[in-house]
Design a protein around this ligand. Structure first.
Ligand code: PEP
Ligand code: MN
Length: 352
């Protein structure tokens, strides 16, 4: 259950309501105070409550609304918030900010190399993706590599290069953070923080991106074998820690067939739109592992309702230090953007 408190309530009123709720719900219950978008909420367990308790709570002056929810995730649920969230990445004040989700219907394209390899590689790719029509830049500098002998990323030096590429192209950028201790440092440079698939279950990291100083939006990738409920609960960790700006990213799940790197679960997109108000991206690069499959799966992602795409692009994919097999060229990206734009117009015309 989520209790929305009246905006003008005092600290004392909120504390006394919290005690009252705990008395009503019993000693094994939980009642957590959360502030989101400058509004106060109490999130409680157990999720199901008796009608009489709801009536008693609604009689309290400080209570504005009660949302009884039956799902384990609460704040990210579309039952709690029916309108889809819009997450703004980048500087709100200038024209370079990007809005993800909501009802706009225009897909956001985030493109760039798997890993930042060098100044020359990053700048060549960043300029090319901007020219091709991308709205945001991506690039890993702390790389979660399966082998300890593989290229691990440029670290801090890579962050400064990404910041320079942003200045040059005007594109805000997202980059992965792997450790709670590094969140503030990465957030000083990055416009959005990526939590990689391997870290979806890293709860200290989720909490840290939820309450870090800069409050950057978080792009939360689905765990390698995570259920949709586990994924939404991971998002709930971030929101419950105080950061409502979470974007989900489907990137394929593990299966038994080695023909593709992963199985891109596009079913989750329309399903998630009913379960959560959070924006939803798809990453067909990691989802397929093969550059030939990126274009058709990009179209399919937009057709099922994704709010945007995360695409790995390299100016010389065959010589990339990381994920070259699934990386597309800038001209390939331009074709994809052309096609998904057409598709979007078609849907918008049809909806009129
Ligand atoms: C990435 O986007 O570079 C990445 C490592 O992706 P994932 O966490 O989905 O494997
Ligand atoms: Mn990659």
């Amino acid at each position: 259950m989520i209790i929305t408190l009246r905006s003008q309530s005092s600290i004392e009123e909120r504390a006394s309501l919290q005690n009252y709720v705990l008395r009503l719900l019993g000693s094994d219950s939980l009642c957590r105070a959360i502030v989101l978008h400058e509004r106060d909420y109490l999130v409680t367990t157990p999720h199901r409550i008796h009608h009489e308790i709801e009536t008693l709570l609604l009689q309290q002056n400080v209570v504005e609304q009660i949302s009884p929810l039956t799902t384990p995730y609460q704040l990210v649920s579309r039952t709690f918030q029916s309108e889809r969230s819009t997450v703004v990445v980048g500087n709100d004040i200038d024209a370079t900010s990007v809005a993800l989700g909501g009802e706009s219907g225009s897909p956001v394209i985030i493109a760039g190399p798997c890993a930042v390899e060098s100044r020359a590689q990053l700048f060549a790719t960043a300029c090319a993706v901007q020219k091709a029509g991308a709205h945001m830049l991506r690039g890993g500098v702390f790389k979660p590599r399966t082998s300890p002998y593989a290229f691990q990323g440029l670290g801090l030096q890579g962050l400064t290069l990404l910041a320079e590429a942003r200045d040059m192209t005007g594109l805000p950028f997202v980059t992965e953070v792997m450790e709670p201790e590094m969140v503030d440092t990465v957030a000083e440079y990055a416009d959005a923080l990526q939590i990689g698939s391997r870290n979806m279950y890293n709860y200290p990291l989720l909490q840290r991106v939820g309450h870090h100083q800069h409050k950057r939006p978080v792009l939360l990738k689905r765990g390698l074998s995570a259920t949709i409920e586990e994924w939404l609960l991971a998002a709930e960790y971030i929101v419950a820690a105080g950061n409502p700006n979470v974007v989900l990213c489907e990137r394929g799940i593990r299966s038994y067939d080695s023909q593709t790197r992963n199985v891109l679960d596009l079913t989750c997109v329309p399903l998630l739109r009913t379960l959560t108000h959070l924006p939803i991206l798809v990453d067909p690069s990691h989802g397929t592992g093969q550059r030939e499959l990126v274009a058709p799966l990009s179209n399919a992602s937009i057709a099922v309702g994704a709010d945007g795409l995360l695409l790995e692009v390299h100016h010389d994919p065959d010589n990339a230090l990381c994920d070259g097999r699934q990386s597309i060229t800038p001209s390939h990206l331009q074709h994809i953007i052309h096609d998904v734009t057409l598709l979007t117009h078609l849907f918008q015309e049809h909806a009129k």
